[in-house]
Ligand binder design. Structure first.
Ligand SMILES: [Ca+2]
Length: 427
């Protein structure tokens, strides 16, 4: 039995053939390093120790998977290469990177997926008990509604020391007591796959609309969490409610030391309607994107204890006691979501704040100086459809998730996709 299990595992690990597997990494470009198993594993025929088989089609040696497709193009006057890293996805929502080379992402329908050395792993890493959410079929016209609405499995963040600290954090919508809520939980990695779940904070207001959902670790090692008002604007000004906030917790799920409000120990800032994007600058400043009402989408510089206005104020009315956005869309609609500062190899973009936009179907680039927005450029307008997340990978690639199968988009061949933008011209 043990032998059969081992051979099956070897079969999964060694898509390149058993001989290649016994030799070591079968992946082209591998540097010959292998993950050592504490205590050593079984020995093969040559007497050298065998490693715990990887479920990912190769050893986790820190290198990212090769793209499945690449095209050269120009974006905003910059010559780039756009790599497709995964396709045929169902409403992917958030992406993060492990230093062992794996790319983790969520699909709103309830799956955590992983791209390993051999490409996208077919089976799910984890399937948390989120509300049942669905995706539209490719080619289906927009219906505005799919099961689950805006809820489902949303945010994802790896522990800053992952995989040494083997925790994957998630934000998802769940059903309980006849209503819907959101929770933040973490799963422990076991044998290179998602294991037991530990709920850190639940009872966050949820529903079919305005579930927030973005989570991200800051340079301070604390977890920041976007929560929506769940369609009840009164939540946002109520410090006793977890809705319409940016929350902050320790990696163990406790209120972060230094949080500003006794009556809301997890609250970091409030007066938010439906924030969906978080980005930290190199010097640790936090920026957040937020969906406004009838346009009035915002990019905010987040201050500890700040009141960002909803549902008392929209736009930038300069009222004492409230923090105005750095920029807002007026009556235009961006529907901004995931955001990231870019410090990659494309010089023209270095230091820019990018954010993905859904209804506006574009990638926005801001040049921010303090509270001043020096430049605002709209890229990829209508090229890939609705965009959900923008994240910079460990190699400096700009990773983008499409969201064309969320019921509101018109999906095309290959949707949904994870693609990345790297310098073009063969460099
Ligand atoms: Ca505001």
């Amino acid at each position: 039995m043990r032998r059969r299990r081992l051979l099956r595992a070897i079969g999964v690990a060694c898509l390149g053939g058993l001989a290649g597997c016994l030799r070591g990494p079968s992946r082209p470009g591998g540097d010959g390093t292998v993950n050592r198993t504490p205590g050593g594993g079984p020995a093969n025929a040559t007497g050298t120790p065998m490693e715990t088989p990887s479920p990912y089609g190769g050893e986790l040696a820190g290198e990212l998977s090769e793209p499945i497709d690449s095209v050269e193009t120009v974006i905003g006057g910059v010559r780039v290469r756009v790599d497709t890293m995964a396709e045929g996805l169902e409403v992917p929502w958030a992406v993060d990177f492990s230093k062992d080379g794996r790319i983790f992402f969520t699909e709103r329908v309830g799956r955590v997926r992983v791209i390993g050395p051999g490409g996208l792993l077919e089976r799910s890493y984890s399937t948390p008990p989120s509300v049942e959410a669905e995706a539209s079929r490719p080619g289906e016209p927009p219906t505005w509604w799919v099961k689950g609405g805006e809820g489902g499995l949303l945010g994802l963040a790896l522990h800053p020391e992952f995989p040494d600290e083997p925790w994957v954090y998630m934000h998802y919508t769940y059903s309980g007591d006849g209503a819907q809520f959101n929770r933040v939980s973490r799963i422990r990695e076991e044998k290179l796959m998602g294991g037991r779940e530990e709920v850190l904070l639940d009872g966050i207001p949820g529903g079919s609309y305005h579930d927030g959902g973005r989570i991200k670790f800051g340079q301070d090692g604390l977890l920041y969490i976007c929560t929506g008002d769940a369609g009840n604007g009164g939540n946002a000004q109520d410090l006793g409610s977890l809705g319409g906030k940016i929350l902050r917790m320790t990696p163990d799920g406790e209120p972060a030391p230094g949080n500003p409000f006794e009556e809301g120990p997890y609250v970091y800032s409030y007066g938010h309607r439906n924030p969906q994007g978080l980005a930290f600058s190199a010097d640790g400043e936090l920026f957040a994107t937020e969906h406004g009402e009838v346009g009035h989408d915002e990019v905010n510089l987040i201050e500890r204890g700040g009141n960002y206005g909803w549902q008392l104020h929209q736009g930038a009315p300069d009222v004492e006691g409230f923090v105005d956005p750095l920029i807002h869309s007026g009556t235009d609609t961006w529907a901004p979501s995931g955001a990231a500062f870019y410090y990659g190899p494309i010089d023209a973009w270095s230091g820019s704040l990018f954010f993905a936009a859904l209804r506006g179907e574009a990638l926005h680039r801001l040049v921010v100086d303090g509270r001043e927005v020096r430049k605002h450029e709209v890229l990829l307008k209508d090229r890939y459809g609705r965009l959900r997340d923008a994240v910079v990978g460990p190699e400096g690639g700009l990773y983008i998730l499409t969201s064309n199968r969320d019921g509101r988009g018109r999906s095309r061949r290959g949707d949904d996709r994870l693609f990345r933008i790297v310098p073009g011209g063969g460099s």
